[in-house]
Design a binder for this molecule. Structure first.
Ligand code: FES
Ligand code: FES
Length: 174
C-alpha cells in the first residue's frame, strides 16, 4: 500500500493487524516515534496522520493507506531544527528523551492550531503525552517561549538578507 511519510511517498507491506508504529520503525527505519506502553496511553509513539494527532502503536497500518503521516523526523527542515525543537533544547525539556519525539509532535500540532495558547490550553493539549522524567514544567516553558515568538525572532535576526527557506517556512509556522 502507499503512504506518504514526511512528504515522501512509500510503498509498504504491513502484516494483517500490524500497527503503524512498527511499519514506520521497521520498514521505513524512522525510529523517532517510540514504543512505550503499546496501549495508547503514554504518547511516545505520537505522529500526525492527515494532520490529526494519532498514537501509532494502536493505529492499524492498513487504515493509513493513502494517508500523509508526519513523524518527528519531519519537523526539521533538513539540518535546521524547528522553532520548537530549538526551544526544547534551550529549555532543557528532555532528560532521557524517550518521550520527546511524541511531545514535539503534539506541541507542533498545538501551536499550528492555537498560536498563543495559555498554560491551561498547553496542559490540556499535552495531556496525552506522559513524561516519566517529569520535565513537564520545562516542556511548557519551551512551548510558551515559541508562542511568544522568541525563537522566531532569533531566527529572523539570523536570516540572510535574501531570506532563507527555513526562515520563510517558520514565518508561518510554530
Ligand atoms: S506507545 Fe503508543 S501511546 Fe504508548
Ligand atoms: S524526558 Fe524522559 S520520559 Fe520524558
Amino acid at each position: 500500500m502507499q503512504i506518504t511519510v514526511n512528504g515522501h511517498p512509500h510503498h509498504v507491506s504491513p502484516e494483517p493487524g500490524e500497527r503503524l508504529l512498527t511499519v514506520l520503525r521497521d520498514q521505513l527505519y524512522l525510529t523517532g516515534a517510540k514504543y512505550g506502553c503499546g496501549h495508547g496511553e503514554c504518547g511516545t509513539c505520537t505522529v500526525l496522520i492527515d494532520d490529526r494527532l494519532a498514537y501509532a502503536c494502536i493505529t492499524l497500518a492498513e487504515s493509513c493507506e493513502g494517508s500523509a503521516i508526519t513523524t518527528v523526523e519531519g519537523l526539521a527542515d533538513g539540518a535546521t531544527l524547528s522553532s520548537l525543537q530549538r526551544a526544547f533544547i534551550a529549555h532543557d525539556a528532555a532528560q532521557c528523551g524517550y518521550c520527546t519525539p511524541g511531545q514535539l509532535v503534539a506541541a507542533t500540532k498545538l501551536l499550528a492550531t492555537n498560536a498563543k495558547p495559555d498554560e491551561g490550553a498547553i496542559r490540556t493539549a499535552m495531556s496525552g503525552n506522559l513524561c516519566r522524567c517529569g520535565t513537564y514544567p520545562k516542556i511548557i516553558s519551551a512551548i510558551q517561549a515559541v508562542a511568544r515568538g522568541e525563537f522566531r525572532l532569533a531566527e529572523a535576526a539570523a536570516a540572510p538578507p535574501d531570506g532563507g527557506s527555513a526562515s520563510a517556512r517558520d514565518a508561518n509556522a510554530p
